[in-house]
Write a protein that binds this ligand. Structure first.
Ligand code: AMP
Ligand code: GLY
Length: 421
């Protein structure tokens, strides 16, 4: 079977890497892909937002399975288009992807089904939102309803800061239509964990949990990023917790979506915060997480294509998913200046001395015509290492960073640190 992967991050490189190990697969294509997928797939220069061109290309190539990485094409209905053209596709319909593309939709569904989340209210009227905010106490959280590339949430330390966020969303419209509706909610505290699960619309199978690091600097300082690192498993979230969250949060959400006529098929990512009153939902994503995927897939023992086909065909109940007991830690190497302004086009060198069980998953990196790989984005690559223990995995990831180099690179030095010390 030929598989088409949509997207160009380290997540998609990791997906293509895992898919390449499946005996079912005899060809992989990536739209648009990056320097990493270029090594294992044929990159095709089509934008991941040009849905008609993607569907046409997939038909021409006789693709047997499409795997969608990012949220934007899912929200735009890429799955619905592929379903119409009869090409199997892994990822939820546009209507099911509302769990990510509308925070108001997700919140209403959670409230209706008693799923624990932050207390809050939604607003479409700026003046009403403003006068409500003025009566609240900080810290408080302001969220744009729609997709905002991970930047739509402000955890405000003061009411002034919250009012500023509200202004930029509803008045300056920095996120466009995504900020025409906002959610104002209580600020929760606790450790955060990401629990991703496969869902075929009825059956839910959780993956191993993972943690990510959103702030750019050590100790969670500095601005938010697309994610600076990840590890799996977190010691503070054991198998019993996974079972509990699957039974009390993920399965009820999947059942509610089916009851609404929008069965959820694909990966459902639940972002959780472990509060004094138990785990609560921070967000849902309609896809694999980035950088969580880079720390989760190296632990997966079962053939990913078997799982994806069962997800698409509604036969997940027939599948047993196995995970390695090893741990995995992934550290993101970013361009100098990221998440602010940064330069691209810096040559990336990777030495042959890289140890075994260390993966370089490329993101903002492209292959020049002369064959050299150069930086092409803010987050350039993830160095992901597996080891018998989390400490071994973490040490190996950091030990191997010295074999990777590009001008201006920076990274966090505390990925998984709190867990192992
Ligand atoms: P989201 O994109 O919804 O995951 O939000 C990004 C980050 O904002 C989360 O990972 C949390 O760290 C933080 N966050 C979101 N909602 C809340 C909340 N209600 N209370 C505290 N922190 C939050
Ligand atoms: N790691 C957060 C996300 O994928 O949205």
């Amino acid at each position: 079977m030929k598989v088409l992967v949509i997207g160009n991050g380290a997540r998609e490189h990791a997906l293509a890497w895992k898919i390449a190990r499946s005996p079912h697969v005899d060809g992989i294509y990536a739209i648009p892909g990056n320097a990493g997928t270029a090594g294992i797939a044929h990159n095709i220069a089509i934008s991941s937002s040009d849905l008609p061109a993607i569907v046409e290309k997939a038909q021409e190539l006789h693709i047997g399975l499409v795997v969608v990485g990012p949220e934007a094409p899912l929200a735009a209905g890429i799955t619905d288009r592929f379903n119409q053209s009869g090409i199997p596709v892994f990822g939820p319909s546009g209507s099911a992807a509302r769990l990510e593309s509308s925070k108001a939709f997700a919140r209403e569904l959670m409230v209706a089904h008693g799923i624990p989340c932050a207390a809050g209210r939604e607003f479409t009227d700026y003046e009403q939102a403003k006068s409500y905010l003025k009566k609240q106490r900080a810290p408080i959280v302001v969220k744009a309803d729609g997709l905002a590339a991970g930047k739509g949430v402000t955890v405000a330390e003061t009411i002034d800061e919250a009012l500023f966020a509200l202004d930029s969303m509803m008045k300056a419209r920095v996120f466009g239509a995504a900020g025409d509706r906002v959610i104002i909610e209580e600020c929760l505290t606790g450790r955060e964990v990401s629990l991703l699960a496969f869902s075929d619309g009825k059956t839910v199978i959780p993956m191993v949990p993972a943690c990510d690091y959103k702030r750019v600097f050590d100790g969670d300082a500095g601005p938010n990023t697309g994610g600076m690192g990840s590890y799996s498993p977190p010691g503070f979230f054991d198998k019993g917790m996974v079972k509990h969250v699957t039974a009390t949060i993920i399965k009820p959400v999947v059942d509610a979506m089916a009851a609404q006529g929008s069965p959820y098929k694909g990966v459902l990512y639940t972002g959780l915060i472990l509060t004094g009153q138990g785990p609560k939902v921070l967000e849902f994503n309609a896809r694999f997480g980035d950088p969580e995927t880079q720390a989760i897939l190296p632990r997966l023992k079962t053939d990913l294509i078997d799982i994806m086909l069962a997800t698409v065909n509604g036969t997940l109940d027939k599948i047993k998913i196995e995970w390695s007991g090893d741990a995995c830690a992934g550290v993101v190497l970013a361009s100098g200046g990221y998440p602010g302004e940064y330069q691209t086009g810096q040559v990336i060198s990777v030495s042959d001395n890289l140890e075994q069980d260390v993966n370089i998953f490329y993101a903002g990196a492209k292959k020049r015509p002369d064959g050299r790989i150069v930086t092409d984005g803010g987050r350039v690559l993830t160095v992901a290492a597996t080891g018998k223990t989390l400490k071994a995995a973490r040490d190996k990831a950091y030990r191997n960073i010295k074999y990777v180099n590009f001008k201006g690179m920076h990274y966090r030095t505390d990925i998984a640190e709190r867990e192992v010390n």
